[in-house]
Write a protein that binds this ligand. Structure first.
Ligand SMILES: [Zn+2]
Length: 398
């Protein structure tokens, strides 16, 4: 399995300049050849060969470097990788999987990719063009079988994401669980654990707004404005890191404890159109969470089953299948008029999601029996706040 280790880099002044040149050079190559490919297509759309390939642009890059000699300061493999990425973006567009490739700006995420030629020596990471190596924080040792390294900049800090092949065998969990994702609760499991959302954003929101106002009052391009900009970026980074950490902990807990996980399909297109801020932030969080959960389950040869957005998952009674048409969004408790089941609304939905997953894998419905989940202990240890929904129905009416 491919795993990633992210380490902080401590470049010296000279290396910082060269790293910035790499970000800029790769961006330049992307933008330049995006334009070249656009122009070629406009001029040849009626010809047999309508567009350029990655190989065509690589040959053109070699010629371009004779003209723009500053490009030679940059690792040629990283520049070529930009062309491979650009080609991939075009192919995804033609397969209708993505929107048309766009130009990159300095304000976008700063990164470049190193496909080979790296090694770790002492506390230094040696990559092409940085022969003396860049210092890194050696909390964990750098693995041997590195596949690729992505260098990024976040606020004013530099990182290397080291992707490597790991032989580690991970033991998977047992049983099947349904997850109901929500805003009020991050998720509810079908065996009765409700994980609270990470509210790191709200805590910081007012503080960030204040610093952002301060930034807008400073003269653009001035030293103070740049300093304030880094301050704002650093605060955003803190929130991002806290969210990533939260998503990692919760997805690990689930991947460790269950053999099959059932979730509802995320409506990605709806997500992009969604103007409701809280909702769209939550959606992005789930999307990242789902990505993590998918690969962590994959490591353990566990299964992820996605079911369609199934409206009755919240309106259907998980015990008798009756559909409650008058269930309001504000109803936190589900009460079935037919069989008398009284249950937390999200728990009811999670059980339905699990049962639909069971039908999909051909195991049929199974009786809902709440089990003491080992996951609760894990969440506790990791400092994630959660509730157990295994109380008597009466006590659910809070
Ligand atoms: Zn019922």
């Amino acid at each position: 399995m491919i795993k990633t280790l992210k380490v902080r880099l401590y470049p010296n002044e000279e290396q910082t300049v060269l790293l910035e040149k790499h970000f800029g050079g790769c961006r330049f190559v992307w933008n330049h050849f995006l334009e070249v490919r656009n122009r070629y297509y406009a001029e040849h759309m009626n010809d047999k060969k309508k567009g350029l390939t990655a190989f065509d642009t690589m040959k053109m890059l070699t010629a371009l470097k004779e003209e723009l000699t500053w490009l030679n300061e940059i690792n040629s493999q990283s520049l070529q990788h930009s062309l491979v990425e650009l080609d991939k973006a075009f192919r995804q567009f033609f397969r209708h999987n993505a929107s048309y490739p766009t130009f990159k700006s300095k304000r976008d995420k700063q990164y470049f990719i190193i496909p080979s030629g790296f090694k770790a020596k002492g506390n230094r990471l040696i990559i092409p063009k940085f022969t003396e190596g860049i210092k890194y924080r050696d909390k964990s040792s750098i693995p041997n079988n590195i596949k690729q390294i992505v260098i990024t900049k976040d606020a004013d800090l530099y990182y290397a994401s080291i992707q490597y092949e790991s032989n580690e065998e991970l033991e998977g969990g047992k049983g099947i669980v349904g997850l109901d994702m929500g805003i009020k609760h991050f998720l509810t499991t079908s065996d009765g654990i409700e994980v609270d959302p990470a509210n790191s954003y709200r805590k910081f929101e007012r503080k960030i707004k204040r610093e952002q106002r301060r930034l807008s009052r400073k003269k653009k391009g001035s030293k103070n404005s740049k300093k304030q900009m880094v301050k704002v970026q650093t605060m955003h980074k803190k929130i991002r890191d806290a969210r990533t950490d939260f998503n990692h902990k919760v997805s690990t807990a689930i991947a460790k404890h269950y053999g099959t996980v059932v979730i509802e399909n995320l409506n990605i297109q709806g997500m992009q159109r969604n103007h409701h801020l809280a909702k769209s932030i939550a959606d992005q969080g789930w999307y990242r969470f789902k990505t993590m959960l998918t690969y962590k389950l994959g490591w353990r040869e566990a299964k992820l089953i996605e079911i369609g957005r199934f409206d009755p998952s919240s309106r259907m009674c998980s015990r008798c299948g009756n559909i409650k048409h008058d269930l309001k969004l504000s109803d936190r408790i589900y009460h079935c008029d037919v069989c008398g089941l009284t249950i937390d609304r999200d728990l009811n939905a999670a059980i339905n999601i699990r049962n639909i997953g069971l039908i999909k894998v051909g195991q049929g419905m199974s009786e809902f029996t709440p089990v003491e989940s080992a996951m609760a202990g894990y969440l506790n240890r990791e400092g994630i706040s959660y509730h157990s929904l295994k109380q008597e129905p009466q006590s659910l009416q809070r």
